[in-house]
Design a protein around this ligand. Structure first.
Ligand code: C5P
Length: 302
């Protein structure tokens, strides 16, 4: 009998986040290019009388330990699918910044799906895990794949992308998270303020940038730097003006480009190599994290 399963799961950065208009269901159509980066959470599933969660690591004071945690919701959804009881203890060892725009909570949801599936021997095909993940949240499917992928719909419908070489990143982790719904609301507000409207009919349909996809496929960091875009960045900067200083500091240290990661407030800097990463990290201070991409998707550790 399996007594414990640990899954390692990566963070993500959005190298392109094109946001379409607000749909009738409140979500926004996206062209979301995910890149998995080598910062990891570990989720360990062990048998228990009932569903319980513990967490350790950075910022865990703000990680919910009840059924609002995506890892708990993932265990419940998988158990329901197979008609078993979600009798599991989930321990989350966090290293991905919490509420930072790097999909740490979504990563834990993806990891819990894999860990529980292995613990319970339910043998769920990847296609089904991706479906359950998509129901849990827009960013939950991607960590199951890792590498790079284009997400359309509300970001949950994935197509894997070709990615070569190694991209070097430095992440400036801000104090305190930003709420994703609030950032989308601010994006809508800025669009209305600019006189564009915020509905599906008012905003161009989002599409992946061919130059960005070519840069990923070629492992070409300067070309990727030139193509990075995030339609949520103006909203994140409006809600957290100090991020403009962070961008300036990172760019002043020689980074190729800087961009708010997802809905923020983490700012991601793409740099030329490991030496440049050390330089940018030291300019940003002790909260900066260095990582390379692409990273592999969630996997059960031996
Ligand atoms: O899917 P997820 O739970 O991550 O979404 C969190 C919130 O982010 C949604 O409730 C919505 O306000 C916003 N969102 C959106 N459009 C998307 C994805 C998320 O408006 N494509």
């Amino acid at each position: 009998m399996v007594t414990a399963v640990t899954v390692r799961v990566p963070a993500k950065v959005n190298v392109q986040l094109a946001v379409g208009g607000r749909r009738a269901d409140g979500f926004h159509d996206l062209a979301n290019v995910f890149l998995a980066v080598g910062l990891y959470d570990h989720v360990t599933a062990t048998p228990a009388d009932r569903l319980t969660i513990t967490a350790e690591g950075r910022d865990t004071a703000s990680v919910p330990l009840d059924e609002s945690n995506l890892a708990a919701r993932a265990a419940i959804a998988l158990a329901r699918r197979h008609g078993v009881a979600p009798a599991v203890h989930l321990h989350i060892a966090k290293d991905i910044p919490v509420a930072g725009g790097m999909a740490g909570g979504s990563a834990d949801g993806a990891a819990a799906l894999l860990a529980c599936d292995a613990l319970w021997g339910t043998g769920t095909p990847l296609k089904e895990l991706l479906e359950i993940a998509g129901e849990l949240g827009s960013d939950v499917p991607f960590p199951l794949l890792g590498g790079a992928a284009l997400g359309v719909g509300r970001g949950e419908l994935l197509t894997p992308l070709e990615v070569a070489g190694t991209f070097h990143w430095v992440f400036a982790v801000a104090d305190g998270g930003l709420s994703t719904p609030e950032v989308y609301r601010e994006c809508d507000r800025l669009r209305r303020e600019a006189g564009h409207g915020d509905g599906v009919a008012d905003v161009p349909a989002p599409a992946a940038d061919p130059a960005l996809l070519a840069a990923l496929a070629a492992g070409d960091a300067p070309a990727l730097a030139a193509a990075l875009t995030n339609d949520l960045q103006p909203a994140a900067l409006a809600l957290r003006p100090a991020l403009a200083d962070t961008l300036e500091t990172g760019l002043g240290s020689g980074a190729l480009a800087g961009i708010v990661s997802g809905s923020g407030p983490t700012v991601a800097f793409l740099v030329a190599d490991a030496d440049a990463a050390a330089k940018t990290a030291s300019a940003l201070g002790p909260s900066a994290r260095v990582a390379t991409a692409p990273a592999a998707g969630a996997a059960v550790l031996p």
